[in-house]
Design a protein around this ligand. Sequence first.
Ligand code: PRP
Length: 178
Amino acid sequence: MSNLTPEVLISEDDIRKRVAELAQQISTDYNDSGDLVMIGVLKGSFIFLADLSRQLKIPRTIEFIAVSSYGSGSVSSGAVRLVMDVRGNIEGKHVLIVEDIVDTGHTLKYLIGMLKSHRPASVKTAALVRKAESAEVDVTIDYLGFDIGNEWVVGYGLDYAEQHRTLPYIGVVKPTDT
Ligand code: PRP
């Protein structure tokens, strides 16, 4: 692995401000709506989920789910497989899926359909970043942090070959860095 530090794309300060705005909006939207369960998609969402959930001003519970994509390397075939389901019962609850990044959209689309089969009261989505140019399926992100270009980003939960997840900012890895 390279010792090069990824170039900053979205600073720690900008992330902090945007996460606070999203938390405020979610707190307003779900106020008095009933049980809210935030479901983090492993592994990449763990930092975003931690920061976002701690800033909410409304009651919420936390679940995790894990999926894997079929396909080789960084090229997804679009087929998604459930690796770990939520532990708790989400029937009748308001579900907020929390993702670090939406790329092709296949993972989020699969999760929305799968979680709806548990008969929740509602399903909405939050993602810190979206690669708008990479979208292959139409999927709604109700709470979006940032739109980015088609670069490989790391940090704030995102990895390149499991490296850089704990960087406090979103950085860009160039092929020459690896
Ligand atoms: C990333 C991300 C999403 C998915 C999005 O996970 O966390 O779950 O890819 O891609 P898509 O929109 O093309 O479906 P990744 O497979 O990198 O796993 P990780 O979260 O464990 O790093």
